[in-house]
Design a protein around this ligand. Sequence first.
Ligand SMILES: [Zn+2]
Length: 324
Amino acid sequence: MFETPAHGLLDLLGAPTLVHLPGHQDPPIFFSTLLHGNETSGWEAMCEVFGSALRDGEPLGRSVVIFIGNVYAAAAGVRSLPGQMDFNRIWRGEHEHSALVEQVMAYLNQQPLFAALDIHNNTGRNPHYSVVTEITPHTTGLAYLFSDKAVLVEEPDSVITRAVQHLCPSSTVEVGPVNDVQSTLRTADLLRRYLELETVPTNGADHLTMHRALARVHVVDGASFDFADEADAQRLMDDDLVLTAGMEAVNFHPVAAGTEFGFTRKPLHSTLQVLDPQHRDVTAQFLEEVHGDVSLRRAVIPAMYTTDHDVIRQDCLCYFMEEI
Ligand SMILES: [Zn+2]
């Protein structure tokens, strides 16, 4: 199995799959990957670390339970299939994947877990960083195993790391761009460090730069949009919304109030919407529009700003954060 590329896992496994590998120590670590089908670095790192251990007949330092997520999307090389729910938004509520979620959670619930790690690739130009859904000595300790940058994301609450946080400390890593060998090497290194842990570290808080997500920025459904540097002039003339090229380059950097964000040809509320973690519309707190020019009303730290149109449609354009 650990020699099969991500796009071949559907043929091999037929469905999302849990794998339990015994190691020297218990309880197991829960690793999840491919919740987004085109984010393959986590799987490549698992092939490297677990595949080589199995080939050499070497037991792992600690037992692991692996969840291999959206193999359907992985086979197609996309984040999620058209019309399919995002596999990192299915871990709460009733929907088409409830049976899968119940099976996974039933398996995880029947044993103690050491820690949980969900592995993603960054969308957009971002440094690699950790994400936590709550701040505790253990979650910050895990976050700092990977990076000195972390983000507290309280919303959406349907992500897998939140679903398991009552079982063990959990964190997510955004390991870097897909198809970058550094992302895979960095992740393989992290997996090895997890396997060697005797206890969950608690020393993160002193070293981490922690950010809190204040709001998510969405392009309103139905609004046409492009980025100023990527479309031809005619298309930009027709778009409802033209987003500022270069915003992506300031991910994780403080950006001042007044910074240009884009240009809207329709009223702002019909092209851009900013939602706080309670899903309240807070657009007016963050963005202002004068004769179509949209700028930041307050200083923020953008994160996960992406120019990938599919991700923007399915998820969001970016987060606005502050340092805490
Ligand atoms: Zn992802």
